[in-house]
Design a protein around this ligand. Structure first.
Ligand code: PLP
Length: 406
């Protein structure tokens, strides 16, 4: 196999040449959003310059071309996650909207007193939609704890199940801890209780090969912008029987069979869940991002990131007073940390002044921060274009900051 040529890959990302504060920019905030290669941006341009027409409605040539692009993207997403049918692939605005769709629509099939199991490591977008549904429908929410290394406490998770448990929703990969949850094992347990398994895959798709059937996921949600694709598009995979039983999420054009004031019928899957004009431009470009990742090889990307993770972790642990949050075996390329005596915000501001872009704060996971007993962390996260030299610059910067603040 040819060498992993990170310099060649970097040339496809003009943004990596920019400076911040007159320093070469080092982008380590990939868990918030990854950068976008030229081929994906060109796919967006191509659609605007040559093909922009509304989908699914037109008899004219351009509308048919735009529709074909979007439906090809749906097929690409189906293949990417290993779904049986494109009927099971719904375009959304992102992971957040995908999870809101499930929480608001699936939960309407439940009864007051029915229970939903989450974990304390969830992102707010895998907590709040369930809380809103629970409030509306009288459901009960439980959250499973974690071990000190940031892995899920599976025994405690299982102990939360009762005869009223109807659904569990768990992240595949934690955006704070990097923990990779054993979704197959969790799903088998969830199914043995007759409940449904929903997975927040936002942090997984760019690092792991995902196969929804092998994982046993009934729902799987993710965002294009975290996997080298354009912003504004996400995917919800849903098992066909579940989607068929669920009421529509939003009403409007595209999602109807026939509208009349004496009663309206719904469109077939997947259109029942796609009210209004979808983001057909970015959906089409998302397919380009999938092809791009697959062209490099998800396994090779993962191996490159793992090497950066291993190297960075090893170096960081030599810095006095630095604590890493999340050390579960097999974790993903995300490092949350704090320097003793330094506020996460100050560390982040100083890193930025040295050209290094990291995230600071609660990372949309306040319940997890409460469990960890901290307000927030600094988080560095890697992507396919990061280099060992960038890690070296990051470590040197951390040493300077530790000397200044601690
Ligand atoms: C980013 C993220 C989300 C939300 O994704 P959006 O693209 O903002 O909708 C949900 N869960 C996890 C684990 C995330 O990292």
């Amino acid at each position: 196999m040819e060498q992993y040529d990170v310099e060649a890959l970097r040339r496809e990302y003009p943004i990596l040449e920019r400076k911040v504060w007159e320093k070469p920019m080092i982008y380590l905030d990939n868990a918030a959003t990854s950068q976008t290669p030229r081929c994906v941006v060109e796919a967006v341009d191509h659609m605007y310059f040559t093909q922009k027409a509304n989908v699914h409605r037109g008899v004219h040539c351009m509308s048919q071309e735009a529709t074909a692009s979007m439906e090809a993207a749906r097929e690409c997403a189906r293949r990417f996650v290993g779904a049986d049918s494109t009927d099971e692939i719904i375009f959304t605005r992102g992971t957040t909207e995908a999870l809101n769709l499930v929480a608001s629509s699936y939960c309407r099939l439940l009864q007051p007193g029915d229970e939903i199991v989450l974990t304390v490591m969830e992102h707010h977008s895998n907590i709040v939609p369930w809380q809103m549904a629970a409030e509306r429908l009288g459901l009960v929410i439980k959250a499973a704890p974690i071990h000190s290394d940031g892995s899920l406490d599976l025994e405690a998770f299982k102990a939360l199940f009762s005869p009223r448990t109807r659904l569990a929703s768990v992240c595949h990969v934690s955006n704070v801890l990097g923990t990779v949850n054993p979704i197959r094992e969790i799903a088998d347990f969830v199914h043995s209780h007759g409940a449904v398994m929903c997975v927040d895959g936002a942090q997984a798709v760019s690092h792991l090969k995902v196969d929804v059937k092998a994982l046993g996921a009934d729902f799987y949600a993710f965002s294009s912008h975290k996997m080298y694709g354009p912003a504004g598009v996400g995917i919800l995979y849903g098992r066909r029987e579940l989607l068929q039983a669920m009421p529509p999420y939003q009403g409007g054009g595209e999602m109807i069979g026939h509208v009349s004031f004496s009663g309206t019928t719904w469109a077939e899957l997947p259109y029942k869940f796609e009210a209004g004009t979808p983001d057909f431009v970015d959906a089409s470009a998302f397919a380009k991002a999938v092809n791009y990742m697959e062209g490099i090889g998800v396994d090779r990307i993962a191996a490159h990131e793992e090497e950066l993770l291993r190297y960075a972790t090893e170096q960081m642990l030599t810095i006095d007073g630095l604590t890493i949050y999340g050390t579960a075996p097999g974790k993903s390329a995300v490092i949350s940390f704090l320097l003793r005596g330094a506020h996460h915000y100050d560390t982040g501001v100083l890193l930025d002044r040295m050209g290094i872009e990291v995230r600071t704060g609660h990372h949309c996971a306040q319940p997890l921060m409460e469990v960890l007993g901290i307000e927030g962390t600094v988080r560095a996260s890697f992507a396919l274009y990061n280099t060992r030299q960038e890690v070296d610059a990051f470590i040197a910067a951390l040493r300077r900051i530790a000397a200044m603040l601690c």
